[in-house]
Write a protein that binds this ligand. Structure first.
Ligand SMILES: Cc1cc2nc3c(=O)[nH]c(=O)nc-3n(C[C@H](O)[C@H](O)[C@H](O)COP(=O)(O)O)c2cc1C
Length: 352
């Protein structure tokens, strides 16, 4: 194991709790992972800058060790109002099923607002003296990376192919997460297409290690000490794990989501872009099946995400997992619902 990577971040074990946007990475989850010697990560994706600030301060109150923040990099999008209307009509039967009467979303996100939020997120990270900042869905500018690094922030990009990781390295970032096709949640590709970037971790990590000089972090389907050891054996410096932490006591995931993961098997997972407009891996349900034939009509992220928000929210309220986004990696059989300390103790024991 390369100690210098762990030393650079200031953690004891090569275990990174994946950032998981949507209320999952509670301050308790993040703080307890860092307290146990791993790296806890706040997902800032759907937080406004003030909410991010509060979340950071809540983690700081609980732990005196390094933790990270992950932010979404916005990209421009176009769509027509006709396209929006068609999609809303397509989803009308689901609105009816949930007895949602007003299915017209009033305000849709604008790219310039997303960009402004991204810049404010960066400012919060600088103001709060965050040690580690990772990015998904794209990359910050060279200037922004320089500014973060000068402030002592360790910067991490996310890639699905070696081609993407090379750009991360060229831009001057400190490390790259290689997201294998096993991974739960959204695909992080930004240069390669979804299909090109669908590479299993056992093929992806050694190729990245061969071509890239900066540290590689493996992500996708890693659930236990054996999995982490396998990734280190392939040349990665650490493992980033999402699903393994998602059903834990401290996780803020909906109980229905946790239960779905704890009961899921490896052959129940699908890729869908119907929830958000970006491809993501989750547990198959009525929504993914009903929307499958309409996938080509999906609006770009974050428009589609906004259009399905009332459905996801109401479904959660009515206890209907059928219409919720149940993101999960490909190894849900290995998920547990213990607390963070118990999981971390087990992982550390299995690592040694
Ligand atoms: C519910 C959920 C939400 C996620 N949200 C984010 C996110 O906000 N930012 C990010 O970089 N990755 C996100 N990911 C992807 C993880 O970083 C990581 O690639 C993935 O969890 C690894 O696969 P695993 O779930 O099998 O461990 C998310 C994953 C899940 C399961």
């Amino acid at each position: 194991m390369n100690k210098s990577f762990l030393e650079a971040i200031g953690i004891e074990y090569p275990i990174i709790q994946a950032p998981m946007a949507g209320g999952i990475t509670t301050p308790e989850l993040v703080a307890n992972v860092s307290e146990s010697g791993g790296l806890g990560m706040i997902a800032a994706g759907y937080l406004n800058p003030n909410q991010l600030k509060v979340a950071i301060q809540e983690v700081k109150k609980r732990v005196d060790k390094p933790f990270g923040v992950n932010i979404f990099v916005p990209s421009d999008f176009t769509y027509s109002s006709q396209h929006v209307e068609n999609m809303q009509l397509m989803m009308k039967s689901i609105y009816d099923e949930l007895q949602l009467t007003d299915y017209k979303v009033k305000e849709l996100p604008k790219f310039k607002d997303q960009q402004a939020i991204f810049e404010q997120h960066l400012q919060v990270i600088l103001d709060e003296g965050i040690k580690v900042c990772s990015f998904t869905f794209g990359l910050p500018t060279e200037e922004q990376i320089k500014q973060l690094r000068q402030a002592g922030v360790y910067t991490i990009g996310t890639a699905t192919t070696v081609r993407e990781a090379l750009i991360i390295q060229e831009l001057g970032m400190d490390a790259a997460v290689m997201q294998g096709s096993e991974a739960g949640g959204h695909r992080s590709h930004f240069l390669s297409s979804f299909e090109e970037g669908n590479i299993g971790l056992i093929a992806l990590v050694p190729q990245a290690v061969e071509e890239i000089d900066i540290p590689i972090i493996a992500a996708g389907g890693i659930m236990n000490g054996r999995g982490i050891r396998a990734c280190l054996e392939l040349g990665a410096q650490a493992a980033q794990m999402g699903t393994a932490f998602l059903a834990l006591k401290e996780s803020g995931a909906q109980n229905l989501h946790k239960t779905a993961i704890l009961n899921a098997a490896e052959d129940e997972l699908v890729f869908t872009k119907s929830f958000s407009g970006k491809w993501a891996r989750g547990i198959r349900n009525e929504f993914t099946e009903e929307m499958k034939s309409n996938e080509a009509m999906t609006l770009p992220f974050p428009i589609q995400n906004t259009l399905t928000q009332p459905i996801r929210k109401e479904a959660a309220k009515q206890n209907k997992a059928a219409y919720m986004s149940l993101w999960s990696g490909q190894a849900p059989r290995l998920a547990t619902n213990v607390d963070v300390t118990t999981l971390m103790d087990r992982l550390i024991k299995e690592l040694n």
